[in-house]
Design a protein around this ligand. Sequence first.
Ligand code: ADP
Ligand code: MG
Length: 397
Amino acid sequence: AAHGTAAPTTGRPHGARHTAETFAAVYGAAPSGTWAAPGRVNLIGEHTDYNDGFVMPLALPHTTLAAASARTDGVLRLHSGGADGGIVELCLDALRPAPQAGWAAYPAGVVWAMREAGLPVGGADLHFDSTVPTGAGLSSSAALEIATALALNDLYALGQEPQHLARLAQRAENAFVGVPCGIMDQTAAACCTQGHALFLDTRDLGRRQIPFDLAGEGLRLLVVDTRVKHELGDGAYAERRAGCERGARALGVRALRDVPYAQLPAALARLADEPAVQALVRHIVTENRRVEEVVAHLDAGRTRAIGPLLTAGHASLRDDFKISCRELDLAVDTANAAGALGARMTGGGFGGSAIVLVEEAAAPAVGAAVTAAFAAAGHAAPRIFEAVPGPGAHRVE
Ligand code: ADP
Ligand code: MG
């Protein structure tokens, strides 16, 4: 496996005033407004969002800020404190899907998707600052897209609902940037609310905000950013996706979401001559079940009971979906051995971040154990922080 170290967090001094001041320094005039969109962790429901299944993300306090003004000349200018290279200038009429176009493809793709959808969006100047670590499985790309979408929605009075902005942003990432992602990340950035996890049915986009007040219960959710990104991730994602579609076809269902948990043994028996597909199907069907169980526990106020489901989800991603890696396994195993209630990788896999549910009193010792285990194994120090469910995208100024 090729190794790469994830890019460090863009880590700019954060705050709307700083972002507005930087906008003014870059473009020579104050912005019309500033908008924020968060990164996310997914509590449970991994790789289910392209199988019409269930997911349960929560917004991080880490956000991407977009300061923006409209322009009347059909020009789009983009600048980011987290990217080298100065201002990117594009003509709206010349926007074409541009895989490999670099970071600017994400916001440009959103404008392109809006215009493709017939929305009357014109030119704009945008400057971004972000505290969402990039490439860490915390969805900095969706934060960038949704901050852009919300800014344009307001600047051009488009009147689009957050869920529709998420759809447009997903289309931008799929068709313009060229990343075949599901709808979870954009929906999380657009629709999460403070103090809640978002239970999302990715088939009909039915949503429910589930209260998730960890501090009130004496609990903590830690994020362990392993700071590695193994390069086989991109190809593996497409492969897993294709395998899931193959499984659905073989079982005669529209998507693996349609295989009820009670019929899993029969489904697996039908796939006996395709063990690789069998394992993918087992992960998706059991993972959807775990999401429903987590929802039931949270609805009943049994937050601690979700710990073993997180750990079972990790085992399924490691053994059946085969998208974990040494660093993620080490984070999860060490946290559990040090007394966590449960832990799992979150996001696409092959690096990125793990989440750890832990009693407040045990959090420092569990974090220290993970850090020590990484040092002992010769891995770069992980970045560990607490996830407190923050608000979804909103206008700041
Ligand atoms: P993730 O979404 O998990 O962070 P992705 O690979 O999907 O990882 O998206 C990361 C990419 O998004 C970066 O390589 C960069 O191109 C772009 N990006 C995200 N945030 C910013 C930002 N604030 N400024 C510039 N580019 C950004
Ligand atoms: Mg992303």
